[in-house]
Design a protein around this ligand. Sequence first.
Ligand SMILES: [Zn+2]
Length: 611
Amino acid sequence: MANPVLPSSGVLSPLGLDAVRISPGFWGDRAALNREVTIAHCQEWMERTGWIGNFRGQRPRRGREFSDSEIYKLLEAMAWADHPALPELAETVARAQEGDGYLNTRWSGSRYTDLEWGHELYCYGHLIQAGVARLRTHGEDTLTRTAVRAADHVCRRFMEGTQTDGHPVIEMALVELYRVTGAERYLEMARRFVARRGLPSLGEIHLGRAYFQDDVPVRQAQAFRGHAVRALYLACGAVDVAVETGDEELLKAVESQWERTVARRTHLTGGMGSRHAGESFGDDYELPPDRAYSETCAGIASIMLSHRLLLATGDARYADLAERTLHNVLATGVALDGRSFSYVNPLAVRVPAETPDGMVSHAAEGGPRSPWFDVSCCPSNIARTLASVAAYVATSSGDGVRIDQYTPSEISHGGLRLRVETGYPWTGTVRVRVLEGGAGRISLRVPVWASSATLTSSPGESRAVAPGYAGAEREWRPGDELVLELPMEPRWTYPDRRVDALRGCVAVERGPLVYCAEAAGDEPPLAEVAVRPGSALTERTGGEVVELETEAVLGASAASAWPYGSAPDGWHGSHGAGPGAALRLIPYHRWGNRGPATMRVWLPVAGEPSG
Ligand SMILES: [Zn+2]
């Protein structure tokens, strides 16, 4: 079964890329652009930067110590997309592998001398994930043999002892290799890697052990902390180990860490990571919009984790967060032309910056998207995720089919064949048409934000449905339909009062999409914009995309010598009474596609002191 995650048990089973075919629509269009443009774009840059040349033995070696992993993520994308460039690239990689399975273009000759920062096991993790993707879509070949030899080398070298890697990912990769091959040593190696972390297993570093989650054992942690991508990849591996070994305590521990992190350390977009220092989570309620890190890879890792927890528990809250993160982080991470990418995804950008045409530092402050980065983890991560995005659409609940994410698609399972027709996320009607009949339950997810949804399961029989899953069970005949109507009225959204950085601000959402104000060209700047929550949000449709408009007040203060005073500055009061102007709001994922721009998701409330 072509699927990135195939647990042997759980409340739900994934339906893979064979069972779910996505057609033109929000995700189908992005998957097609990825296959036709982004994958080749990534390969061109990996050649240009010499990162592929490293496998051909070029000297001096080029790129950062973990650049091998980008080639592996690209190979995974190619495997899911059945891309014709895969065999040749896989041969190039295979020729660099040493006799005992060791494979790394940076550390060959000085193996495992810096587990904290060396990323050797991290690189294997991505190689193994690529191998698993190839095994499940094609069968054994050069790539899969290379991955298995590397995994066997890891088991021989690391099964005994206390060592682990500074960057998790090998844990979930080894569990998946166990799932596809049945070889128990891979599961046992993954279990040991998860158990060793936090004992501690790694050396002291200047960022502290929490940076790589080596401060406390996984099952004792309270929330995700430290480097966001590391924390979320580790949690994925811990869920995989828990599911395969029946470790309920470990699964519960990750669930409660997820719960606390979502409640206190997650941006409105679903993005994770609040600090540029250490690319890390912040403290509870530390969620600054302008300094949000929200790395694209952390969003992808969060989607991977939500998917695993959904499969294990069947709880709709995991599919809800996946939907939010898919539409507002993954979709934001790549430009509409598929050729430039964001590394950080702040919720406010104060200064317009030119679109770069060359490689930039990954630590860029969140200006426009870039075609490549010195640390280019995000583009290839986007490529492999869009190439396998059909995996998130539907699951099997044993008694039938559950549809978790809405996009035009065809779903086949247990004799049933369904066509999902929808203009989601622009329109709220999801029509499920039975093409081939059979007995069973068809369930649809009612998103947590959908307070007044209705489901029509037979002509003329419409009922209100609450957030969670709703559906019908019967003997389905070709031509039968289920129609879910989701309320798509735009909503004003307020932050928790404990989020200091957002106090006095509101945001706008519609369906699963977060909206933002953007000022490009000679449009009025956003520095002193303010809105009146509760006022009308008018829809403006240009093509398929729904934009919004609301009344706003735009200030223009004189410069002051000192931005503090002994009395409230009165700005809000005066503007509360000021004349209105129309403020255009666009889906956040579309910002930065019109040239240099400023942007903000959170908008100050007019007429209220912001302190
Ligand atoms: Zn990244």
